[in-house]
Design a protein around this ligand. Structure first.
Ligand code: NDP
Length: 391
């Protein structure tokens, strides 16, 4: 029986993970569920899944949860980042699903990595921010880092298991990272300035949290994924080609030196990569039905339109610049997306804020996690001031 801690239980990945876990009560037990502020859904999840711990990052929400959960349920409530780190690194825990959204996930995900857990990484921002330092922490503790992002999980499945971080040894020529193109792939450029948060969050193929939905609409999600892929698979952006594939059925591909291209296909349903990470190297039922390829008929591929979606280029440039540039990129993006969702910023201003933040906060060497956290806080402050000036 494997004990699972689920960071970000109330979110889209969290709920999909609980769906898969509930199909296999003989294999997995829930050690801890965590959220930020949403008490009502957390109460419901505690009744359904009976974790030993429930953690609310927000102390007021933790107090409310502790008051409202009946003592007889046997759930201990913890709070704050310390609570998150405690349940991510507890000795009895085998698997940690890292599904907090944004930079807030870095500390608990790192705690899981340092404690040598099987870390199922959905929280791409954590790796974008801390890249080499995070991978070093994984190597030092012997943690297993398995990608949950559907694209990275697909690449992982297409690589030989003993050469995941050795593209040369595996004979890899390039990685073909697929992208849906988001809801605005064909929207006239002149209309993009007036798109609403509702339109941006209405992804054509995937049902996801708000932040990643907006990232998919700007293509920043693909930019963050490009950086994530570089760290996970020990390569550079020059060996990764983004292919827009509007059907979202091929989740990514690996091309080898002999001309072979291996692809992983599946319905756009996150339960597939989640089940893959939970059970790897075994396969378990994820509740996902068979794909009807006759019904689909054909697959399309297009080059990404980097003039329309400058975020992809901004991300690749930040990775190439190195040091803390990806920290600034990620922080400014989180701030700009929040401002857009709150109605304080136009959709087309998101890349403008990020570019200005990158210009004004020069990267420094990412030599420690303290530097990462400092630069992150500074970039968020800077980005908010740029948003205020822009609004
Ligand atoms: P959601 O917004 O749906 O859920 C986010 C979760 O994180 C919630 O449980 C939320 O709690 C919690 N949370 C938010 N802020 C904090 C904080 N400051 N401290 C602690 N917990 C916090 O996000 P998604 O599930 O869509 O995405 C999660 C991660 O997975 C992201 O990094 C995303 O990029 C990645 N991902 C998501 C995919 C998807 O299909 N959704 C696909 C691939 C990757 P509360 O409910 O209380 O706010």
């Amino acid at each position: 029986m494997r004990q699972v801690t689920l960071l970000g239980a109330t979110g889209s990945i969290g709920l999909n993970t609980l769906d898969v876990l509930a199909r296999h009560p003989d294999r997995f037990a829930v050690h801890a569920l965590t959220a930020n502020r949403q008490v009502d859904p957390m109460i419901r999840l505690c009744f359904e899944h009976k974790p030993r711990y429930a953690v609310m990052a927000d102390p007021d929400a933790a107090r409310e949860l502790a008051e409202r959960l009946p003592a007889g349920l046997g759930v201990t409530v913890l709070s704050g980042c310390e609570g998150l780190e405690q349940v991510a690194s507890a000795e009895t825990v085998d698997v940690v699903m890292a599904a907090i959204v944004g930079g807030a996930g870095l500390r608990p995900t790192l705690a899981a990595a340092r404690a040598g857990k099987r870390v199922l990484l959905a929280n791409k921002e954590a790796l974008v921010m801390s890249g080499a330092l995070f991978m070093d922490a994984v190597a030092e503790s012997g943690a297993e880092l398995l990608p949950i992002d559907s694209e990275h999980n697909a690449i992982f499945q297409c690589l030989p298991p003993d050469h995941i971080r050795d593209p040369d040894g595996a004979g890899v020529r390039r990685i073909l990272l697929t992208a849906s193109g988001g809801p605005f792939r064909e929207t006239p450029v002149a209309s993009l300035a007036s798109v609403t948060p509702e339109q941006a969050c209405a992804h054509p193929n995937w049902s996801m949290g708000q932040k990643i939905s907006v990232d998919s609409a700007t293509l920043m999600n693909k930019g963050l994924e490009l950086i994530e892929a570089c760290w996970l698979f020990n390569t550079g952006p020059g060996r990764i080609d983004v292919h827009v594939h509007p059907e979202s059925i091929i989740h990514s591909m690996v091309e080898y030196l002999d001309g072979s291209i291996l692809a992983q296909l599946g319905s756009p349903d996150m339960r597939t990569p989640i089940a893959n990470g939970l059970a790897w190297p075994e396969r378990i039922d994820a509740g996902v039905g068979s794909l009807d390829l006759f019904e689909l008929g054909r697959f399309r591929f297009e080059r990404p339109d980097e003039d329309r979606f400058p975020c992809l280029t901004l991300a690749a440039d930040a990775f190439r610049l190195g040091g803390t540039a990806p920290v600034v990129l990620n922080a400014a993006n989180e701030v700009a997306v929040r401002a857009f969702l709150n109605g304080h910023l136009k959709f087309t201003d998101i890349p403008v804020i990020i570019e200005k933040a990158l210009e004004r906060q020069a990267p420094v060497a990412a030599e420690s996690f303290e530097v990462i956290f400092e630069q992150d806080a500074q970039a968020r402050q800077l980005a908010w001031s740029i948003v205020e000036a822009q609004a």
